[in-house]
Design a protein around this ligand. Structure first.
Ligand code: SF4
Length: 478
């Protein structure tokens, strides 16, 4: 489902994420370029817009636009963004909220200066908070829940000169998932929601500290991963180091387990667990739970590749490349029409006839969302001569909407919410279909320092959620 799986997410619009990055420089580094490189590494978390904000001696300079990181920034822009503290953001959102004004970081003026803020996650009470603030005279420039957070910070700041106290009050008010980076006049701040639903880690490069959604962004700038920001923790960073405020107990944490299934890059380490190893473990477990006689195991690029490797290792069935992904096709999932999505599938993927013809194929993917794209790929493999196609999914049936980061407004859009596994198998035209069990999934990250959210499989939401269809999206609008 994530970084280029077969497309039930990419073309079926289930994908919804953002990435954040921040740096406080104490060594004379070019913070804008570091942030640019960090955002490049986080591009898989959002391709709709990107931005960088830099604190130049108390004045915040920023640049943001629609598009990919390399399309938005060039030498001239980066040379202009000088300073010691920087944050950056990459964003994906629903089509309706695809507006430049919703791009981040968001820069606001308040009592003691300016701050810039970038957010990954969804607030489940943003609508309620916004209405109440509007009734009290607030005017919003965007449809973003990030502006709700910014507004709350500036309001609480009026009565307090203490940023720590302000942020704790804001955390008491907002509900949902959030990993936030903030540039204040003097510090870089990172905040992770009390349940730790979205990841945020801390790195070190020389005397400078970095915050990032994933550790792959630390690798990209040559920084070393020190640790994750803990659920409910606020970190305040300057050249004296890191000041930590632990606002909530960690035992209640619910890291999104889909970060391991597909959101995150496989070279990242989240809360002590390698994403790659978690995916391989999911594939191994899948092979134990759903064995089948076959000649080759293939992964749906890119989301199913690591789990396919695990399936192959466990089952002893050779691993091969049965599908080619055209990496130059745009992310057609933003196209709203079904017809456009379908043509996008044919352009984006092709079956490798020489690899699959005459063979019994196991195809592994990270999820099935609507089922239409999976069905087209199964057909593509059969057209290429595959004798049998056995579909294996490295997560349980996705049945319930997510309110913390994925763009599905209704369970009606999810094929598993209204069909049995046999019915789905028939719909996609596979010879057999097997999903990883929830117990199996929970076992893929045994060393994780966090508990997990699994609500999209079992509706065990870790907090009260709004009624279906009434939610704000990742830094975006309704
Ligand atoms: S509902 Fe699913 S996708 Fe959403 S945060 Fe929970 S595990 Fe992740």
């Amino acid at each position: 489902m994530g970084k280029g799986s077969t497309g039930d997410v990419m073309f079926g619009k289930l994908h919804e994420e953002c990435g954040v990055f921040g740096v406080f420089d104490c060594d004379g580094n070019d913070v804008a370029r570091m942030t640019y490189h960090g955002l490049y590494a986080l591009q898989h978390r959002g391709q709709e817009s990107a931005g960088i904000a830099v604190n130049d001696d108390g004045v915040i300079l920023h640049h943001k636009d629609m598009g990919l990181v390399p399309e938005i920034f060039n030498d001239v822009v980066l040379n202009h963004l000088k300073g010691r503290i920087a944050i950056g953001h990459v964003r994906y959102s629903t089509t309706g909220a695809s507006l430049r004004e919703n791009a981040q970081p968001m820069v606001v003026k308040y009592k003691v200066g300016q701050l810039a803020l970038a957010h990954n996650g969804n607030l489940v009470n943003a609508s309620e908070l916004r209405t109440s603030m509007e009734e009290n005279g607030a005017i919003f420039q965007t449809t973003s829940d990030t502006e709700v957070i910014a507004n709350l910070i500036s309001r609480h700041r009026v009565g307090s000169d203490n940023i720590e106290e302000t942020l704790e009050k804001v955390m008491d008010t907002i509900k949902g998932s959030y990993a936030i980076v903030i540039v204040t006049p003097k510090r870089l701040v990172g905040i992770r929601d009390p349940q730790g639903i979205r990841p945020l880690c801390i790195g070190k490069l020389g005397n400078s500290h970095i915050l990032a959604s994933e550790s792959c962004a630390l690798d990209a700038v040559g920084a070393e991963l020190i640790r994750d920001v803990e659920p409910g923790e606020i970190v305040l960073i300057d050249c004296d180091g890191i000041k930590s405020i632990k606002t909530k107990r960690k035992e209640d944490s619910h890291l999104c387990i889909f970060e391991f299934v597909y959101f995150a890059r496989p070279d990242s380490v989240i809360d002590g667990t390698s994403v790659l190893q978690a995916r391989i473990a999911a594939g191994k477990r899948l092979a134990i739970e759903h064995p089948v006689e076959a000649d080759i195991v293939i992964g749906a690029p890119d989301g199913g590749l690591n789990a396919a490797l695990g399936y192959s290792r466990q089952s002893g069935i050779p691993y091969g490349q049965g599908l080619l992904k055209n990496r130059y096709v745009g992310r057609t999932f933003i196209q709203p029409e079904q017809g456009q999505r379908e043509s996008g599938v044919r352009i984006k993927f092709n079956a490798m006839k020489s690899e699959v013809a005459g063979k019994r194929v196991v195809m592994v993917d990270d999820s099935i969302v609507r089922g239409t794209t999976t069905g087209r790929i199964v057909q593509m493999l059969k057209d290429a001569g595959a004798k049998e196609v056995h579909m294996r999914v490295s997560s349980p049936p996705y049945k319930f909407p997510c309110y913390f980061g994925i763009d599905i407004s209704s369970s009606d859009q999810l094929v598993a919410s209204k069909n049995t596994i046999d019915e789905i198998c028939k719909k996609i035209g596979a010879d057999s279909l097997g999903y990883l069990s929830l117990e199996g999934l929970l076992g893929i990250a045994p060393d994780s320092s966090c508990g997990f959210c699994t609500a999209c499989f079992n509706s065990a939401y870790p907090m009260e959620v709004p009624v279906e269809g009434n939610k704000f999206s990742c830094g975006g609008g309704k």
